[in-house]
Design a protein around this ligand. Structure first.
Ligand code: FAD
Length: 430
């Protein structure tokens, strides 16, 4: 093949990139292309910033290898075909994604390629195991995690691809400018890019042994924080899983949860809007004031407020805090999981359709949990996973002077102490 275009979406890396590696191995000239799609911009200021940083990093990494990142603005299908025709490309490659929008984009691109007689090919790379690769007997996807995990860890995983040494762009191609760096909303948000992601992975692997014991420890903050890099494909999930080694270990098991939700979203594309469980009882309350208190971290329940404030400050929240805050919204306040999902989607650097919607539905009891009526008592969770109250004090400065576990129940403090705190009573007492 003479010229191939690789349309990048959320696979913003050069390591273990099957579409890019194959294009570089089979074509004389390769155009790595990213199209800034106005329909996807502005959903999350945090992710817009992270994306921008990831693109800038990818451009630098590609330039080191003799190539570049070509940027266009507009409808990805129109722009990809336009560019392919400009450079007289004979092939277009893309990493297959699962969302409604992505699949629509892939379908349109394939049709346009057919019309213009350009070869079109989809590649794996967004998950460890392809979302459609594993099916249980008599079904098109796994509905329950444990059997999926068994099949997933026993499956043949593809071999990771080496990063291309050299990339040759067609001569004279205008590469396009990256717009100014968006501001983002969270002051402490992590920075995007493959370079930062790989460094973070390398550093974090040294803590892997402690993960099993500490991953639920809220103040310990001992999880990898790799999720935003996986979300944008700055890291290959396969490479992360292989670097971690033990397929049955607790960390790789969490990566399997990620694949699990992808295969659910692949089979049930309405996961963001529609209850996955057909007979789910959905009787949500409408309470704008309670929703606002939850969103801004002013419910009066410190463990919930701490999680929500972490989200606003960092564009990320510890998984245990996500479980507690989501269960509080849906099961204690009785508010619709879709409102919670939308708020998380606005702030999370790792916010994506399969994981955000799949986890929200799991917590709300409308999704894949085999115990849909499960309840998380937030106070019990607080004492168990933040026994000395350090996580709460870290995120709620107004409670920083309350010592020990007493910080979890400020309503139990003597009235005189309570009166001196700038902290609201629980929603149920207002
Ligand atoms: P680690 O504990 O280090 O885990 C390693 C990787 O495993 C993560 O980076 C992630 O890719 C994957 N992982 C871990 N737990 C889960 C899980 N429960 N489901 C799916 N994948 C998992 N994760 C997202 O990536 N995007 C989301 O939009 C998202 N929304 C969530 C919403 C709710 C209500 C809940 C309860 C969880 C959500 N999660 C989401 C899952 C999980 O909270 C995050 O993946 C995790 O906290 C990321 O931190 P980490 O990278 O330090 O995780």
């Amino acid at each position: 093949m003479r010229t191939a275009v690789v349309l990048l979406t959320r696979d913003l890396r050069v390591h273990d990139h099957p579409a890019l590696a194959t294009a570089c191995a089979t074509a004389e000239q390769v155009v790595p292309l990213f199209v800034l799609d106005p329909r996807l911009a502005g959903r999350s200021a945090n992710r817009d910033r992270f994306l921008h940083q990831a693109l800038a990093d990818l451009r630098a990494v590609l330039r080191e290898r003799g190539g570049d990142l070509v940027l266009r603005h507009g409808d990805p299908v129109t722009e990809t075909i336009r560019l392919a025709r400009d450079v007289d490309a004979d092939g277009i490659a893309v990493s297959a994604d699962v969302s409604h929008y992505a699949r629509g984009r892939q379908r349109r691109l394939r049709d346009e390629c057919e019309r213009h007689r350009i070869a079109y090919r989809e590649f794996p790379g967004l998950t460890v195991v392809d979302p459609a690769a594993l099916t249980p007997t008599g079904g098109d996807h796994y509905k329950v995690f444990t059997p999926y995990f068994r099949a997933w860890s026993a499956a043949d995983w593809r071999t990771a691809c080496a990063a291309p040494d050299q990339i040759r762009l067609p001569d004279g191609l205008a590469v396009g400018r990256l717009p100014a760096l968006p501001a983002g909303e969270s002051a402490q948000a992590a920075a995007g890019g493959e370079t930062v992601g790989r460094r973070r992975l390398r550093d974090w692997l040294g803590n892997l042994d402690r993960y099993g014991d500490l991953h639920d420890d809220l103040p310990g903050d001992a999880t990898s924080r790799l999720s935003p890099y996986l979300r944008f494909g700055c890291l290959s999930p396969l490479e992360v899983a292989q670097a971690a080694g033990d397929r049955d270990g607790p960390f790789v098991r969490q990566l399997c949860w990620r694949d699990f939700h992808y295969q659910v979203a692949h089979a049930f594309p309405d996961l963001a809007t529609t209850a996955y469980r057909r007979n789910a009882k959905e009787e949500w309350r409408y309470d704008a004031a309670a929703l606002d208190a939850w969103q801004t971290g002013h419910t009066g329940l410190p463990i919930v407020d701490a999680g929500m404030r972490q989200l606003l400050a960092q564009g990320w929240m510890h998984n245990r805090a996500r479980l507690i805050t989501a269960a509080y919204l849906t099961k204690e306040l009785g508010l619709d999981w879709r409102a919670g999902r939308a708020w998380f989607d606005r702030w999370l650097l790792d916010g994506d359709l399969p994981n955000n919607s799949g986890n929200w539905q799991w917590v709300a009891g409308t999704g894949n949990d085999t115990r849909p009526n499960r309840r998380f008592n937030p106070l019990r969770q607080a004492h168990r996973f933040d026994p000395a109250g350090d996580y709460v004090r870290r995120w709620l400065p107004e409670l920083a002077g309350v010592p020990g576990a007493a910080v979890h129940e400020p309503w139990q403090l003597p009235l005189a102490v309570r009166a001196g705190l700038d902290y609201p009573p629980p929603l149920s007492e207002r």
